[in-house]
Design a protein around this ligand. Structure first.
Ligand code: KG4
Ligand code: ZN
Length: 367
């Protein structure tokens, strides 16, 4: 089955073409992503109307490039299914992709399926690594996958989702306030590191670790910083990250009050302490959820799953439990349309109708 995927829920205009014949037979024929990050960086975050305007400008070109890359000559004959993100996301941005998808579905008389962006992130775990063409193999193990706990961490969401089989999802925990990616972005802004904050915090935290003298982490430092781990011992699987961001804010304020110069070393240490606290909460709560629900595996996904420290910590903790760990290849951690095409493939197997008229924007869609 040849699936065309379209993603415009936030600040990436993306179109992909996948050849999918089940979870163990996935070939990526094209995966085109046009990022607007530079444009929004100026505003310190994504501006919805600006994002929509850029999607309008870019989508036809991204679509044509994807078809060319995938060597699609006759759209009507070669494409079997169109999948588009219908939520959650920014309303104006989502609408551009949906309108575009509806137009081509109607024109070519093709089935159209609306895809949950967060399910897309989950299925990014099944995408084969780029550069292994014509690979048909994904990295995920074939047996003993389910039940699985999904930790989905992005700029807008932090969710723990139980997966009993393909397309069988149940939300078991989520953030009560800020998403973890949002917290990375806000702390980065406090430290003057720009947008998006995740990669900047991660790089600064790594510099701190590199510059550490051997021995006890905190004793050796001029300003030992340890941030709280909000809700780490709560009995549920919910999260809270706004307090952690506030702790960073107070730390910076106190240092300034004491007339301490905020040097690069101090920025690195705050970045490290923040990342360590956030990753500690995510790791411990996910392992606890896996124990309580007796799952076979843990899957990580979403933009924050690009974080090297989180990937390493959660992998080590998962494997210590004797469970299977998976995270997407780095190229698929951020928003892309390959994950949307794949999620569309799975949703289509279970859907009653895939009519372009039934697809509508659902900006607040949840599991
Ligand atoms: O999934 P995504 O690309 O877009 C949404 O659907 O939100 O996630 C974007 C988020 C941003 O908050 C960004 O700062 C964060 O992912 N992020 C990271 C890293 N790379 C991106 N957070 C921590 N460490 C990273 N290396
Ligand atoms: Zn996303």
């Amino acid at each position: 089955m040849i699936v065309l995927g379209i993603e415009t829920s936030c600040d990436e205009t993306a179109v992909a073409v996948l050849d999918v014949n089940g979870p163990e037979d996935i070939k990526i024929r094209a995966n085109i992503v046009s990022s607007q990050i530079k444009l929004h960086a100026e505003f310190g975050g994504v501006v919805p109307n600006l994002a929509a305007r850029e999607h309008v400008k870019n989508i036809s070109h991204v679509f044509e490039t994807a078809l060319k890359t995938a060597s699609i000559v006759d759209f009507s004959k070669e494409i079997d299914l169109i999948a588009v993100t219908h939520g959650p996301g920014l309303g104006p941005a989502l609408l551009v992709g949906i309108a575009f998808a509806k137009t081509i579905a109607m024109t070519h008389d093709k089935p159209l399926i609306g895809v949950d962006h967060m399910r897309g992130h989950v299925y990014s775990n099944w995408l084969p690594p780029i550069g292994e063409t014509p690979s048909t193999k994904s990295q995920i193990p074939k047996t003993n996958l389910f039940p699985a706990i999904n930790l989905i961490v992005s700029g807008g969401h932090t969710e723990m989702v139980m997966m009993r089989d393909y397309e069988e999802f149940r939300l078991i925990g989520e953030t009560m306030d800020d998403a973890v990616g949002e917290a990375f972005d806000k702390v980065a802004r406090l430290l003057g590191l720009g947008y998006p904050g995740g990669p900047a915090i991660s790089a600064r935290a790594e510099q701190f670790s590199v510059s550490l003298p051997s021995g006890d982490l905190h004793d050796s430092l001029q300003f030992p910083i340890k941030f709280p781990r909000p809700m780490i011992h709560s009995k549920d699987f919910n999260f809270s990250f706004s307090g952690l961001k506030t702790a960073a804010l107070y730390k910076i304020r106190d240092l300034k009050k004491e007339e301490v110069e905020i040097t690069d070393d101090i920025i690195n240490e705050i970045a490290h302490a923040f990342q360590e606290a956030a990753v500690d909460v995510l790791t411990q709560k996910t392992i606890q959820a896996a124990r309580e629900h007796g799952t076979s595996s843990i899957f990580l996904s979403g933009g924050v799953s690009a974080n090297t420290f989180l990937r390493a910590e959660l992998r080590t903790a998962t494997e210590k439990e004797g469970l299977v760990f998976s995270c997407p290849p780095l190229a698929y951690t951020g928003d892309n349309a390959a994950m949307i095409a794949l999620a569309g493939h799975f949703a289509y197997q279970k859907s009653d109708s895939a009519d372009w008229q039934s697809v509508n924007m659902q900006a607040n869609l949840g599991f």
